[in-house]
Design a binder for this molecule. Structure first.
Ligand SMILES: *Cc1c(COP(=O)(O)O)cnc(C)c1O
Length: 387
């Protein structure tokens, strides 16, 4: 027992620190992403918080794309600020020079989302990786929407990947969970002055140095034995069991989600009531060529965004008219669902912040499920007809 507490032996002695069910699911996600280690958390929020907090403390700073999930935007801009950790939001489409201007001597990470929720814009992973590495910090990317089935960010230079496993990985709204995967590629010792938490002795483990004792496993080990130990956002093993069931069909579901979403996007793109459609699978989409380069078969995910002509009011009427597709907060689920971010998830943001987060006031987020495509299209069709 003493050796376990000193991290000299690895073994199971308390679930908050390690649990065999959680570990077996974590190792599958690490394998899917092509990483060296993974820690599961009780939610995607906890995953993104831990991913940053593991290398940032009061007085530190990090840079993030502004087009990110509303909950993450709030976590970074409001809550982490209270802990003394500052963020600068940048336009993800800006060039490398422009993004570089946001870096300071105390900057410790660069963050983005592979495909943004809810705007479904696509992040240029290689560009972000280059900027991060030029400044000697890791590039952390939330890969929830494409999942490793469609994109493996480590292949494009990302160092750390996070997930809300609540979404496609689970796929059935059966549990809430998160994951952090480390590629093992970032050289903490080469930037030792920036990352003393990983490269200097930890007084809470008799002066152990993570980068020396655990090598490529340093980042996830620290997140486990220090951040998880003290903050405790561990998933219940029962939730990890449920997540595991979802993972077993992930490759089939993602394929079907993408096929259905492509057909819905094509249908909407020529519909007379539709003002605009954002889906990188459309050859006219701004991110189409980037998606072709970064995603397996160019497939992004099952989520798309669009607006109805006549603006906000008619967009809301359209959603109210839907019968099969329900209005829910959740996204990336087997069942098709819609949400109007400006009046739901992002209602705390000002119009200016909405635009910065890539959310137009009339934006409808449509998460296309795995139902029969004719049922989905018929529902959209009848909802359009009764506008
Ligand atoms: C939902 C979501 C989160 C937050 O995850 P929870 O499991 O709800 O805490 C983070 N990032 C993205 C991209 C999401 O869609």
């Amino acid at each position: 027992m003493a050796d376990l507490f000193d991290l000299k032996e690895s073994g199971y002695f308390y679930t908050r620190l390690q649990n065999p069910t959680n570990d077996s699911v974590a190792s599958k996600i690490a394998a899917l992403e092509g990483g060296v280690a993974c820690i599961l958390t009780s939610s995607g929020q906890a995953a993104n918080f831990y991913a940053i907090f593991n290398i940032c403390e009061a007085g530190d700073h990090f840079v993030s794309a502004s087009t990110i999930y509303g909950g993450t935007y709030n976590l970074f801009g409001v809550t982490m600020k209270k802990l003394g950790i500052e963020v600068t939001f940048v336009d993800a489409d800006a060039d490398e020079e422009e993004i570089s201007k946001a870096f300071r001597p105390n900057t410790k990470a660069l963050f983005g989302e592979t495909i943004t929720n809810p705007g479904v814009t696509v992040l240029d992973l290689e560009k972000f990786a280059r900027v991060a590495h030029k400044h000697g910090v890791p590039f952390i990317v939330d890969n929830t929407f494409p999942t490793p089935i469609n994109c493996r960010p480590f292949d494009f230079g990302a160092d750390i990947v996070t997930h809300s496993t609540t979404k496609y990985m689970d796929g059935h709204a059966a549990q809430v969970g998160g994951a952090i995967v480390d590629s093992g590629n970032f050289d903490w010792d080469a930037h030792a002055d920036k990352f003393p938490g990983l490269t200097a002795p930890d007084p809470s483990y008799h002066g152990l140095v993570y980068s020396k004792s655990f090598g490529k496993g340093a980042y996830i080990t620290k997140a486990t034995v220090q951040v998880m130990r003290d903050l405790g956002s561990i998933p219940s093993p029962q939730n990890s069991f449920l997540l595991n069931l979802g993972l077993e069909t992930l490759h089939l579901r993602v394929q079907r989600h993408c096929e259905n979403a492509q057909k819905v996007a094509e249908y909407l793109s020529v519909h007379p009531e539709v003002a605009w459609v954002d889906y990188s699978g459309l050859s006219t989409d701004k991110y189409h060529s980037l998606a072709q380069r970064q995603f397996r078969n160019g497939q992004s995910c099952g989520v798309l965004a669009f607006g109805i002509k006549g603006g906000r009011e008619r967009s809301i009427k359209f959603m109210d008219n839907l019968k099969l597709i329900s209005i829910v907060t959740h996204v990336a689920d087997a069942r098709s669902c819609v949400l109007h971010p400006a009046s739901h998830t992002h209602r705390q943001l000002s119009d200016e912040q909405l635009i910065a987060a890539g959310v137009r006031p009339d934006l409808i987020r449509l998460s296309v499920g795995i139902e029969d495509i004719d049922d989905i299209l018929n529902d959209i069709d009848q909802a359009m007809k009764s506008l």
